[in-house]
Design a protein around this ligand. Structure first.
Ligand code: TRP
Ligand code: SF4
Length: 327
């Protein structure tokens, strides 16, 4: 059998995970772990880069995020689950890549420009922060990963990673692969208020949200503003509730769309239906989360094991690179 391709992805532990993470990333990871050699990383260095001014919750978020991954179905026997800062070689390769990365590439990166604007209250004009995509490239290539499941917002980082790889291969005679993105087909979930789902807007449902909170939050979602009475014909295409139905109410979408357009279903009822389906999806996750939160040692063990497994691969790749350059 041909060797399995290597997949690497990561998340920054900056807060609780929410429905966006579940449908945008985790469901995809869970499918990938069956087929590929997967490395799933808690990107704590990347979190610190933007959160160093209030880093006190870092370790709590690290454990919390791993708990959420496991509760959703990431299986540490199939995938390597590890903490970025546990594997030193990320930083070795990061340094090597830094040597090769022209500042102009980083200054031009759209995510960098955007973040500086959005997070303007924080001091992010730092050496590390402008190098964010360089560390990301090192995260990927220290495992010689070929495939990287990410959201669309991360495509510029992968483009940069490939350019850095080309330079590394050219100058140092390496043969690192040029990593390719794996995009999900699932539409991006909007926030509960129709804006981008974001921690700073507080417009999300987290994976540990109690059932009655879910119901409350859904009931406050903005719907088609043209509907005042139940009999007014609706426009599901402008309604976030409907976008959520597409993801959480698979079998019933056609019927909901028809009834909404015909003014046969009221928004209150439609939302109750959605809340029920979200809760049905979250219920098993919620109970596994509770179990895992009570077994912190188990989570720490999984990270220890991940450190060993990831470290073994990273050391092998790094020593190959060292030999080319230092011998
Ligand atoms: N930048 C990614 C994000 O914010 C997280 C990340 C860090 C990552 N290193 C990575 C993703 C390597 C994929 C591969 O979502
Ligand atoms: Fe949105 Fe449902 Fe109301 Fe239609 S019936 S506008 S889909 S909440």
């Amino acid at each position: 059998m041909a060797e399995k391709k290597v997949v690497l992805s990561g998340m920054r532990p900056t807060g609780p995970l929410h429905l966006g993470h579940l449908v945008g990333a985790l469901s995809n990871w869970i499918a990938l772990q069956e087929e590929y050699s997967c490395f799933f990383m808690v990107a704590d260095w990347h979190a610190l880069m933007s959160e160093y001014e209030r880093h006190q919750s870092l370790s709590e978020y690290i454990v919390d995020n791993v708990v959420d991954w496991l509760a959703c179905g990431i299986d540490p026997d199939k995938a390597v689950v590890f903490l970025q800062s546990d594997v030193q070689e990320h930083l070795d390769l990061y340094m090597l890549f830094s040597i090769l990365t022209p500042l102009g590439w980083l200054e031009r990166c759209p995510t960098y420009k955007e973040q500086l604007q959005n997070l303007s209250t924080r001091q992010l004009q730092t050496h590390a922060f402008i190098g964010y995509p360089v560390l990301q490239a090192a995260d990927i290539l220290i495992y010689e990963a070929e495939l990287v499941p990410v959201g669309e917002d991360q495509l510029p980082h992968l483009e940069l990673a490939r350019e850095i790889v080309r330079r590394a291969n050219y100058y140092f005679g390496l043969d690192l692969p040029e990593p390719q993105p794996l995009l999900t087909k699932i539409p991006r979930l909007p926030g509960l208020d129709g804006r981008k789902m974001s921690k700073s807007y507080g417009n999300f449902i987290s994976l540990g949200e109690p059932a009655d909170e879910v119901t409350k939050k859904v009931s406050r979602m903005i719907t088609d503003p043209a509907r005042i009475r139940k009999t007014d014909p609706g426009h599901p295409e402008v309604c976030s509730v409907f976008t959520y139905h597409r993801v959480f109410s698979e079998g019933d979408v056609a019927e909901i769309e028809r009834d909404c357009r015909a003014g046969k279903i009221g928004c209150v009822e439609c939302k109750r239906h959605l809340a029920g389906n979200i809760n049905a999806r979250l219920e098993p996750i919620r109970s596994r989360r509770q179990e895992l939160l009570a077994k912190r040692d188990l989570v720490m063990d999984i990270l220890r094991q991940g450190k060993e497994r990831a470290g073994a691969v990273a050391r092998r790749v790094w020593s190959k690179i060292r030999q080319k350059i230092w011998s």
